[in-house]
Design a binder for this molecule. Structure first.
Ligand code: NAI
Ligand code: MG
Length: 494
């Protein structure tokens, strides 16, 4: 990737070396070739079907069509639900130790095929290969391993209760972590003896279909997991189906609220993991260099397509100039471009729709009077959807860019004076998925983290995940937890 010298606005800083040039590597594209079929059917009852209606999924970094996948109709969904229903009694009755064996096999096969899966995840969704390879895939395998470990130990998870699986689970997932969201949903469901119909997002269906191949390879009994690709209409048909026993959804708050109504009317359980506008709080006693690195992983990681992204930066007044100056320098050296290049830090925005939404917010922020900065000077590819890492200063809490989820590499920077002000500003949002706290004082960490209304609070780090750690939101970020012991609870009746 070739780069320009940093723009004039950023060279005035004394440390503003020409980082973009200093880091000008040769391209290092991933060279392994993977095969993608021209068309994919649905995965129902252990078989791939071949229905007539298809839609294209593209590579958002090149705008080229990768494949055509099936648009499942209500009838197709009906068949998938029937398959899951038929498979349920036998799967539920299987001893936990037997279900565990299947989950272990899935986990191992994911590890064996991880390079191929990582490349496909990057091609279909636009995330940098170093993230899909080093973050997503290891976590996907870890999730299956982790819940395989629970499958025969459920009586220790729910001591002194008798428990049973919930039944047939409708699971609808988004495009930001396609395989990871599939793993978060499928692994605990199967461990507890449920059967599943999974609906991947329309822009990133391909890796879920490879997962279906893995289910075939390891001999998972037919119907235990069914995968129906499609759009919102497919998701709606699944969520409204009369023979499902549970809904699990990750995605937008709007759709989540609609599904909550559906579940309420039918009196079936639902777990929701929705949007966020998480605060990343930097106190003046924080290790600033590390905090700047933390900002990068909080909001520029995965192009900001992260529900728990630290999209509001709250900096204590005394250090705001230093933080901004260092952030500016850091953003110069981030490499934006070809997601298949191993040096790329920021890949492609997932879809045209999301790209337009982000650009709309860049305009809204400027119109609201905030100051936009994009210090990065990479030459962006001519095709594809790319957005430079962006931050806004001069942001008011009332600005839309400080209140609404943008879901892109766009940070709103605000300041505070006292710890109380940091907490009240941090909590001043309808969401509550995550938060970050940066300080060198342990007592301040506990005090602040305890008062933040967020499901996860990262201290002197950001965006760290582990299968054993529960994840989920407060307020409009949803309810229910995924991961850890807590992640089993939505999949059993006590
Ligand atoms: P979305 O909520 O429409 O899509 C998520 C999933 O729900 C997809 O599989 C989709 O096909 C399905 N779906 C859509 N309409 C449905 C319906 N009526 N019934 C059942 N399923 C339905 O999210 P979208 O439109 O892709 O993104 C819009 C915004 O949502 C983003 O800009 C972002 O702010 C937020 N979002 C949040 C995510 C999170 O992880 N919390 C993930 C993706 C998006
Ligand atoms: Mg795609």
């Amino acid at each position: 990737m070739t780069t320009h010298a940093a723009p004039a606005s950023t060279t005035s800083h004394p440390h503003a070396l020409d980082f973009a040039r200093a880091w000008d590597y040769s391209p290092a594209p991933e060279t392994a070739k993977i095969t993608i079929a021209p068309r994919y059917g649905l995965f129902i009852n252990g078989q791939f079907t071949n229905p007539p209606n298809t839609f294209e999924t593209i590579n958002p970094a090149t705008e080229e069509t990768l494949s055509e996948v099936s648009l499942a109709s209500a009838k197709d969904v009906d068949r998938a639900v029937a398959a899951a229903r038929a498979a349920f009694p036998k799967w539920a009755a299987l001893p936990g130790v037997e279900r565990a064996k299947y989950l272990f096999r899935i986990a191992r096969r994911i590890q064996e095929r991880s390079r191929e899966l990582a490349i496909l995840e990057t091609m279909d969704g636009g995330k940098p290969i170093k993230e899909s390879r080093d973050v997503d895939l290891p976590l996907v395998a870890q999730h299956f391993f982790y819940y395989a470990g629970w499958a025969d130990k459920l009586r220790y998870a729910f001591p002194s209760s008798s428990f049973a699986p919930v039944g047939v689970c409708a699971q609808i997932i988004p495009w930001n972590f396609p395989l990871m969201m599939a793993a978060w949903k499928i692994a605990p469901a199967l461990a507890c003896g449920n059967t599943v119909i999974l609906k991947p997002a329309e822009t990133t269906p391909l890796t879920a279909l490879r997962l279906a191949e893995i289910f075939q390879e390891i001999g998972l009994p037919p119907g235990v997991v069914n995968i129906v690709t499609g759009d919102g209409s497919t998701g709606a048909a699944l969520a409204n189906h009369k023979d499902i026993d549970k809904i699990a959804f990750t995605g937008s708050t709007d759709v989540g609220k609609r599904l909550a109504k559906v579940a309420a009317q039918r009196a079936i359980p639902i777990t929701l993991e929705l949007g966020g506008k998480s605060a990343n709080i930097i106190f003046d006693d924080a290790p600033i260099d590390q905090a700047v690195e933390g900002i990068v992983s909080a909001i520029y990681f995965n192009q900001g397509h992260v529900c728990c992204a630290g999209s509001r930066l709250l900096v204590q007044e005394g250090v705001v100039d230093e933080v901004i100056a260092k952030l500016r320098i850091r953003l110069q050296s981030l490499r934006v471009g070809d997601p298949l290049d191993k040096n790329t830090d920021v890949g492609a925005i997932n879809s045209k729709m999301q790209f337009d939404k982000i650009n709309e917010y860049l305009k809204i922020g400027a119109d609201e009077g905030a100051t936009l900065e994009q210090p990065n000077a990479c030459t962006l590819p001519k095709k594809g959807f790319f957005c430079r890492p962006t931050f806004f200063t001069g942001v008011q809490q009332s600005h839309r860019i400080a209140r609404e989820e943008i879901f892109g590499p766009v940070l709103a920077v605000m300041t505070f004076r006292t710890p109380d002000e940091a907490i009240s500003k941090g909590n001043n949002t309808p969401y509550g998925l995550s938060a970050g706290v940066w300080t060198s004082k342990g007592s301040k960490i506990f005090e602040t983290a305890g008062k933040l209304k967020a499901g996860v609070v990262w201290c002197n780090t950001f965006n760290q995940f582990d299968a054993s750690s529960p994840f989920g939101g407060y307020k409009e970020s949803g309810f229910g937890r995924e991961g850890g012991l807590h992640g089993l609870r939505p999949y059993v009746r006590l």
